[in-house]
Design a protein around this ligand. Sequence first.
Ligand code: HAM
Length: 419
Amino acid sequence: MDAFRKITGFNDIYGEKIKIYTEMETIAREIFARYVYREIRTPIVEFTGLFQRSIGDSTDVVQKEMYTFKDKSEHFITLRPEATAGIMRAVIENGWDKSGQIEKLFTIGPMFRYERPQKGRLRQFHQINCECVGSSSPLIDGEIICMLLSFLNELKIGELKLKINSLGCKQCRPLYMNNLKSFFEKIDQDEICEDCKKRIEINPLRVLDCKQDKCRKIFSEVPEFKESLCVECNNHFNEVLEILEKQHIQYEIDSHLVRGLDYYMRTTFEVVSENIGSQTAVAGGGRYDGLVSTLGGRDIPGIGFACGMERLCLLMGIPDKKRPDFYLLCPDEKYMIEAFSFLETLRKHNLTGEMNYRSGSFKSLMRQASKSEARFCLILGENEINEESISIKNMETSTQENLKRKNLEEIISKVKNWE
Ligand code: HAM
């Protein structure tokens, strides 16, 4: 009978990668706590309408990439393709949009997009995601970018570039859209892909997401946002840039950075690396000032970002493998429960290790002890049982000592400090 295989684009995470993921999460939690972000965990499925309304019907994510199903009550539900929409739903449902406070939230977990898998692009991937609602101050834009870069610097993943742009607001965006339409009227429609022809009709901004070379070449000439920004948006953008400069953060203004989701307003940004192949963005985010009210909440501003953990993982070195402190070797079946009690005592004193859970010859068990890569082998044989002692073998130097088991402190200190 054929064995089951995993689904394309869905990966098992184990071994060294688990260590990298855990380390990333620990660093994220430490850094985000400095900025007083609180953790939230939202469901991985939401009603489909939430994503349609927030991410936008004309985006690639909603058009092509969502895992959408009808449940047994005939409701359309979707595996979350990103975290912002679900978090905003939770903000509204819990009344945090009415608190008058700034709410800072982060979440870590899996997202799902039906994309063509390749290096750094999966169908189930993991994001570290932060959202801040309740303030439109450029200081908040500056703060969230500083926090993102502190986190990424801590991971020591080599050179990164911050790209930034402003997409304007409800007032000035229509002016930009008019400029864009005039540009499209002048280009030869036969030169662009079928998707882009539709995009021009439905949501012209989305042509800037097109990945086809021929379209990208033509659209590299589209008008720049900064030419149409209103005074408020221009000031906001300049203040954000000033805050970054004061923090000695280098950036590149990318006037075509529109990001692939419809909810963005004003500041948008991405952090890219040249060292992970064609999927260069390790993090992306921006302001979404109209989103909470679009979803039925108060009209409060918001900004956030998400990092792709798989892409960060490609850039992170393998952390030092932590070896277990000991392997408890007990050849004789009849002393195993006594050995197990001693094993538990050592664990309660913060030592890491395991034992042979089945009896065997001394030679084969010693082989298992070396395989476990433990620093010490603790031997509990017939002699040790009779003498109420334990033998401690240093696996690196092969030197051995025998200590009374009642001298627990001495045993622990030996295992912790013996060079
Ligand atoms: P996004 O740019 O779609 O933004 O995704 C953020 C990051 O998730 C990307 O920069 C990338 O590192 C990673 N990522 C996206 N798709 C995949 C994939 N198929 N495989 C592996 N990694 C991937 C958002 O998701 C927004 N919700 C970010 C945000 C939060 N904006 C405001 N708040």
